[in-house]
Design a protein around this ligand. Structure first.
Ligand code: SF4
Length: 280
């Protein structure tokens, strides 16, 4: 299948990195802090915009019913952000972990999204956990059947390490979806650093996927995913391309470009049900 479409970025190719490590290094993750879970941790408050029962609208688990927990703060300020009106808001919006745990009894799949859930901000009172702490508490302690975490990659080593320990020791089914953002030069460097980290730490049980939006004016995102697959040898079966747009017409238009790139790279596509059908 080949649809009419525009030019593709030219990228160099090279052999896979032969220095790949094949085993995790739980004790070597920079910034990793052991966080003992205190008695009564379920009473701790977490900085969420909201938590609701809904369906995953995109990516590898599209259509799955989930309890969505949307964290409040983010380290970035993307102009297209649908959570941004909350991310810079300084007044905490707090829910207890117990509230989330109760909802999981009837709806057992948990989605952690943002804002950036691994932002290690410290705010408010002693009873409030930072977003990173909250996420780690949720990964370790809540009674979900399946866990889907969405991140901009800000703290990937810590997140991956924590998820892998839980997956290995407790047999939990966990997916990490990484959606890199390209707003500043620093983001660009950070994204390539994160990509190299994933390539060189391929021995983790949890295998993060890259979920990325493609559109006519998203050249940098497109080039990144070409480089990730063809230059860095990131597994194309763990890449999900999604169409840019906020209306049916825009998404339909961008899907042509998505299909062309997916064809070239032999990767996956996903629509965006939450936008097409207006659910959270
Ligand atoms: S990374 Fe996500 S949550 Fe943060 S500003 Fe960008 S779009 Fe919004």
């Amino acid at each position: 299948m080949k649809l009419e479409e525009n030019s593709q970025p030219v990228v160099e190719t090279k052999q896979p990195d032969t220095n790949c490590e094949i085993t995790p290094h739980y004790d070597e993750v920079m910034g990793y802090v052991e966080m003992p879970i205190s008695k009564g941790y379920l009473d701790k408050c977490i900085p969420l915009v909201n938590f609701i029962e809904t369906y995953q609208g995109e990516g590898p688990n599209c259509g799955k019913k989930m309890v969505l927990t949307r964290f409040k703060y983010c380290n970035l300020a993307c102009p297209f952000c649908d959570t941004q009106k909350y991310t810079k808001e300084l007044v905490p919006t707090l829910y207890s972990l117990k509230d989330v745990d109760v909802l999981l009894k009837t709806s057992p799949n948990l989605m952690i999204t943002g804002g950036e859930p691994t932002l290690n901000n410290k705010v408010a009172s002693d009873n409030e956990l930072s977003q990173l702490e909250s996420t780690i508490h949720m990964v370790r302690n809540l009674n979900y059947e399946f866990l889907d975490i969405e991140t901009n990659g800000f703290n990937m080593p810590v997140l991956l390490n924590e998820c892998d320990i839980t997956a290995v020791e407790r047999g939990k089914n966990i997916n990490i979806s990484w959606s890199p953002k390209f707003i500043t030069e620093a983001d660009r460097e950070k994204n390539y650093t994160t990509l190299k980290y994933l390539i060189s730490h391929s021995g983790y049980t949890v295998k993060p996927v890259i979920k990325i939006v493609i559109g006519d004016d998203m050249k940098e995102y497109e080039e990144f995913i070409y480089r990730a697959v063809t230059h860095y040898n990131f597994n194309s079966n763990r890449v999900y391309l999604m169409p840019k747009g906020t209306t049916y017409e825009e998404i339909n238009h961008s899907m042509k470009r998505v299909l062309n790139v997916a064809h070239d790279l032999s990767c996956n596509v996903s629509s965006r049900l939450h936008i097409l059908h207006s659910f959270a």
